[in-house]
Design a protein around this ligand. Sequence first.
Ligand code: G4P
Length: 292
Amino acid sequence: MSEMQNIQWFPGHMTKTKRQIQASLKLVDAVAEIIDARIPVSSRNPDLNKLIQNKPRVILMNKCDMANRTATKMWIDHYASQGVTAIAVDCKSGRNLNKFPSAVDSVMRERIERLKAKGMKNPTMRIMIVGIPNVGKSSFINKIAKQNRAKVEDRPGVTRGNQWFTISKNLEMLDTPGVLWPRFDDKIVGEHLAFTGAVKDQVIDIELLAVRLLDFLKKLKPEEFVARFKLENTDLENTDSYELLHIIGKKRGMLISGGEIDTERAAIMLLDEFRAGRLGRITVEMPNGELK
Ligand code: G4P
């Protein structure tokens, strides 16, 4: 589990974080915003636009190995229609990370051309990673660092304490990510973050959460989910989600004394399997809001 996952956001903490990010932003030309491809709405920070102002930005839809391929493509097209560059990446395997430099290059082109017109020959661009806890910021940096280990540079005096990775000829990345806070005001956002494990289980009712996940899964009916719990003959849409949790618990033999179903264990198991991607490649939030 990521350490950052356990951050409790309170106003003082947010103010301090905001200040730290603003200080780091002064050192960079662009921002790479990492989001979770399964929940592209809920895994974004609500204040990022204000924070980064007009700095160019690339969206990295991470964990694309667990998201629905068509949905990810729809999201990328959706961002493109808004003039935003997004790429799908998988920081566990490193898939698509090689697309990162050209994606950054495309959003920086205007600025690079401007600098060149002013006489600067090959201006170096700098970028930093930002994102809410658990989206994969450290995984991204570790992967990039591994690929570029020999090129890590420390530049005391210029940016004391900051390390820069040379990612490509004219692109450097700050080694410490900006940790942002998620949205708190929306119950659905909280639920979706909890589905993915981005919010601590201790602070939520696990059975209720599993029931909410089942509300969603029984409509979507991902093949792997149906097969895994042998639900082929269950009329999913007409089965109450709490009843469905019972059925799933029973199928897995999760009983407590007296023959009752251990719904808490069933809930934990269901969420674990969802989080591990075993119930299929599932995107919970679509650009048109269809699945929300
Ligand atoms: P953070 O810095 O933004 O907080 O996130 P971090 O990199 O710590 O990643 C959080 C969890 O997400 C880690 O799992 C990590 O392995 C996993 N992860 C990151 N990127 C991907 C991805 O593209 N695909 C998949 N499937 N998983 C990804 P963990 O369970 O907390 O730890 P561990 O499994 O790495 O031990």
